[in-house]
Design a protein around this ligand. Structure first.
Ligand SMILES: [Zn+2]
Length: 325
């Protein structure tokens, strides 16, 4: 395992040289899991070594993959066309952000970075002067069809400034978070706001050995609450608000099915009894058995969820910064 030669020179957020190897994964295993679980291999078009290495900065607490292998526009197009859930319409952070923003009396102009299919902008565009940037070509078309002001401009090329810049689930995809912060803050007016939502590394999925979508080429960074506090120090920002998504029942369900319940075996060759039962009585034993297991799981879920809710948090956390003039 040749990771010494590849060690990062410094943390891509705070620049500290004090980074520790946190975990690593074999590329071959990850590729096989992508093909099996998500139906395609995103590494086909990407240059990789044998392993993916994640480091943890001992100063700002950010975790980062090095080298950072980031998916391109085509990768996101593939994900969003294969999976309708990819651009979720009603995210926890959209509700909380809309509520928080409504309390800020000095916000008129709003920019969303990485606005996807424009679900958040659609909510906001009658209330604020809204603009969005996105790099998935298909998503830009969808936004424009909805009449939203969205383009493929880069943050760096934007000339105007805004009272508020928001980025939901964007920062964790980027190899250079420092550059993103500088570019975003450049277009925030003095005393203006920057709102970020990212996966919560202390959330319920932190127990998993690996979560494919929380790794390259999808996510390359992981930011904790401590990282938010360090971002405020590094970029001279004031933290107005930090919120953690509570554990949702849907999260808990996936948590149970992914980490606790084993896969149900499927019979490859149907024994004679099963074939006869299905043919003459119309009863499929596998289907019946699955129904029983599902009912037992539903009972288990309903009784254990209230307890788990106190110990586990949901998928996302959000921070609202104010730029100190
Ligand atoms: Zn750092």
């Amino acid at each position: 395992m040749n990771f010494i030669a590849n060690q990062p020179k410094g943390c891509p957020l705070c620049g500290s040289g004090r980074a520790q190897l946190h975990r690593w994964h074999s590329i071959a295993d990850v590729r096989a899991e992508w093909k099996q679980g998500l139906g395609f291999d995103p590494f086909d078009r990407l240059e990789t070594g044998d392993h993916l290495f994640q480091y943890r900065c001992l100063d700002c607490d950010m975790r980062f993959y090095h080298p950072a292998i980031c998916g391109d526009g085509e990768f996101y197009k593939e994900l969003s066309t294969r999976f309708v859930w990819y651009y979720e319409k009603d995210k926890w952070e959209f509700d909380v952000a809309a509520d928080l923003i409504s309390q800020l009396t000095d916000v008129r102009r709003l920019l969303e970075v990485g606005c996807g299919q424009g679900h958040f902008l659609t909510r906001m565009h009658n209330l604020y002067n809204c603009q969005g940037v996105e790099f998935n070509p298909k998503a830009i078309e969808d936004c424009q069809a909805k009449g939203l002001n969205v383009s493929s401009s880069t943050l760096r090329s934007i000339e105007t400034s805004f009272d508020l810049v928001v980025a939901f689930e964007v920062l964790e995809h980027l190899s250079n978070p420092r550059e993103f912060m500088e570019d975003a803050l450049r277009v925030v007016k003095p005393n203006g706001y920057l709102l970020l939502a990212v996966p919560n590394p202390e959330g319920y999925f932190s127990e998993a050995d690996r979560v494919l979508l929380d790794m390259p080429p999808h996510h390359v960074l992981s930011l904790s609450k401590k990282t938010f506090e360090n971002i405020a120090k590094i970029f001279q920002l004031e933290i107005v608000n930090i919120q953690q998504e509570p554990l949702r029942f849907a999260h808990y369900k996936s948590y149970i099915s992914n980490f606790i319940l084993p896969d149900l075996p499927t019979a490859e060759k149907q024994p004679l009894l099963k074939r006869l039962m299905r043919r003459f009585l119309g009863i499929d034993l596998d289907v019946e058995r699955r129904k029983v297991v599902e009912q037992l799981t539903a009972i288990q879920l309903a009784t254990s969820y209230p307890i788990a809710k106190d110990g586990l948090t949901g998928q996302t956390h959000m921070v609202l910064f104010r730029k100190i003039a």
